[in-house]
Design a binder for this molecule. Structure first.
Ligand code: SF4
Length: 464
C-alpha cells in the first residue's frame, strides 16, 4: 500500500536472493519500480493475483496467466488485464497473520489495524478540470445514477475524491464477516496488543453493502448506516474481557461526515466513548469541497464533529493543502472552518500535503510546494498552533501510557498514550528500561511540540 517509491527502492536494496514483488496492492509508478529492480508489480488487490503468481514462481505457469500483473518482457512493460476489484469469495477467505505483528518494534504499544471494510462507497467524481483527461459530459450518473451505473464514467474519470486511490484501486465498499473480525481482534489482544483500530476507509460503510447486495455499494449517502450490523460488531469486540478491564482498547478509524446523524453518534458514543474518530474536511471552501468529489458538504463536517463530540468521542480532522483548485479564497475559507471546528471541540487537526497518486483523477497534477512556502502558509501556522495548544491542555493531567522504548543516553522512555494521544517522553526519577512493555500512569509536565509531550511518573517533578 506504499506510495513512497524511494522507501520501496531502499527496501529492495536490502533484499537478498529471490524475486522482488511490489504489491498487491501497488498503485505507484510501476515503470519506475521495474526500472529500479522489482521483478513484478501487482496492480490492485492481491487476493486473486498473488496465489497465481506463486504458481509462476514455482514454475507451474506463465506470468501472462496472472491477472493485474505488471512485468518486463523483452524490455517492454507488460500489464495483464484483470478484474477491477476482488469479489467475495475469495476476498475474505484469507485470515491475516496475527503473530506477524510481533516482528514490529514496540508492537505491544502500537495501534494495530484490523480491516473491517475494503473499498469505498464514494463513486462521485471531481468536477475540477483534469489534465490529460476528457472533460465531464454532465451525464449525472455518478451523482444520481443507479448503483451499477455509478461504476463507470463515460469520460473515463476515476471514481471518488480526486486525490484518493481507494475506490479506483479497491472498488466499492465490501464488509468483512463479523466473526472473522472478532476472531482477529481477540487473538491480537490475547497476544498482548493493547490498541486495536477497526480499519475502514469509512467505518460507517460497515454492513451498508449488505443492505443493497447484490448491487455494488457505490452511493456514499444512501442508504443510511446499517446500525444493527455496527452495533453487533462493536458489542462483540468491546465484550472481550481485556477490553472490559481497560487493559486493551478498541477504536475506529474514519467516518464520512454525511453519514453521521444523532443515532449514529449515540451508538458510537455507547461503545467508543473517549476514543478518537477521524473526519475528512480536506477543504473548507463549500464549492471546492464538493468539486473535489467529496461525498459531503462543509456543513455536514461541522455537524458531524458537534454530534460526535456530544456523544463523548474525540474528533480528529484531516485537511489537505496544495490540492488542485486551491487559492487564497480556499485557504481563507478552510482557516475559518478549522477555527470553528476547534471551538466545537476538535482534538487534533492533521494537515497533509496533496500528493498526486497514479490511477486517481488528480494523478496529472504536479506535487505542490510545502505549505510553509505556499499560499497555504496561514493554514499551516494555525494548525501547528492549535495542535500545540491541545498538547498544552494536557499539562498537569495524569494519563495512562504504555512504554515502547528506552534511550539510556537521554534516560527517557518513549511511551504511547492510552487509548490514544501524543507521543510521550517520560523522564525523571524512577524511569528505566523496566518500564518498556508496561502500562503505567504519568503526569504530563510540558508540551514539547505540536506532536510530543514530556511527562514524569506521578509524584516526581520535572526537576528531580
Ligand atoms: S459520470 Fe463522468 S461524465 Fe457523468 S457526471 Fe460523473 S464525471 Fe461527469
Amino acid at each position: 500500500m506504499v506510495t513512497d517509491i524511494p522507501s520501496m527502492v531502499r527496501a529492495l536494496s536490502r533484499w537478498r536472493g529471490g524475486p522482488a514483488i511490489a504489491g498487491g496492492p501497488s498503485f505507484v509508478d510501476y515503470e519506475h519500480l521495474l526500472r529500479s529492480g522489482f521483478d513484478y508489480v501487482v496492480w490492485g488487490e492481491g487476493e486473486i493475483s498473488i496465489p497465481k503468481l506463486i504458481n509462476v514462481l514455482k514454475g507451474n505457469s506463465e506470468p501472462a496467466e496472472v491477472p493485474n500483473l505488471i512485468y518486463l518482457s523483452r524490455g517492454r512493460v507488460v500489464r495483464n488485464p484483470g478484474p477491477s476489484w476482488v469479489p467475495t469469495p475469495p476476498l475474505w477467505s484469507y485470515m491475516p497473520s496475527v503473530d506477524a505483528v510481533t516482528s514490529y518494534p514496540g508492537w505491544w504499544g502500537a495501534r494495530v489495524y484490523v480491516e473491517v471494510v475494503r473499498g469505498c462507497s464514494n463513486y462521485h467524481r471531481p468536477t475540477i478540470p483534469l489534465p490529460n483527461r476528457k472533460p465531464c459530459v454532465g451525464c449525472g450518473k455518478c451523482w444520481g445514477g443507479t448503483l451499477k451505473e455509478r461504476l463507470t464514467c463515460p469520460s473515463g474519470i476515476p471514481p471518488g475524491c480526486g486525490y484518493c486511490s481507494v475506490p479506483a484501486i479497491f472498488g466499492p465498499a465490501r464488509s468483512r464477516p463479523e466473526d472473522n473480525i472478532v476472531r482477529e481482534v481477540r487473538e491480537l489482544i490475547k497476544l498482548g496488543v493493547r490498541r486495536v483500530v477497526l480499519s475502514a476507509p469509512d467505518f460507517l460503510d460497515y454492513g451498508r453493502d449488505w443492505l443493497v447486495a447484490p448491487e455494488p455499494l457505490t452511493d456514499p449517502r444512501n442508504p443510511p448506516p446499517n446500525l444493527a450490523a455496527i452495533e453487533s460488531l462493536l458489542r462483540k469486540v468491546t465484550s472481550i474481557p481485556e477490553v472490559i478491564e481497560g487493559e486493551a482498547h478498541v477504536m475506529i478509524e474514519n467516518v464520512k461526515p454525511n453519514l453521521v446523524n444523532e443515532e449514529v453518534a449515540e451508538l458510537l458514543g455507547k461503545y467508543l466513548r473517549g476514543t478518537p474518530v477521524h473526519i475528512g474536511l480536506e477543504s473548507g471552501h463549500p464549492h471546492h469541497h464538493v468539486a473535489l468529489g467529496r461525498p459531503s458538504r462543509v456543513g455536514e463536517v461541522i455537524r458531524a464533529v458537534k454530534l460526535l463530540r456530544k456523544a463523548g468521542l474525540k474528533p480528529y480532522v484531516y485537511v489537505i493543502h496544495g490540492l488542485p483548485g486551491e487559492n487564497q479564497q480556499v485557504v481563507k475559507a478552510t482557516v475559518k472552518v478549522v477555527r470553528k471546528l476547534w471551538r466545537i471541540g476538535v482534538e487534533k487537526i492533521t494537515l497533509y500535503r496533496f500528493t498526486p497518486i497514479k490511477g486517481t483523477a488528480f494523478e496529472g497534477f504536479p506535487k505542490p510546494p510545502p505549505a510553509i512556502k505556499s499560499v497555504a502558509r496561514p493554514l499551516y501556522n494555525l494548525v501547528r498552533k492549535l495542535n500545540y495548544v491541545a498538547k498544552r491542555r494536557l499539562v498537569g493531567k495524569e494519563v495512562k501510557v504504555v512504554g515502547v522504548s528506552y534511550d539510556p543516553r537521554k534516560e527517557e522512555v518513549i511511551a504511547y498514550m492510552l487509548p490514544h494521544g501524543p507521543v510521550t517522553r517520560v523522564v525523571g526519577h524512577g524511569v528505566g528500561p523496566d518500564l518498556v512493555g508496561k502500562v503505567f500512569a504519568v503526569v504530563v509536565r510540558k508540551a514539547v511540540s505540536d506532536r510530543v509531550v514530556e511527562a514524569t511518573l506521578p509524584g516526581v517533578s520535572r526537576n528531580n
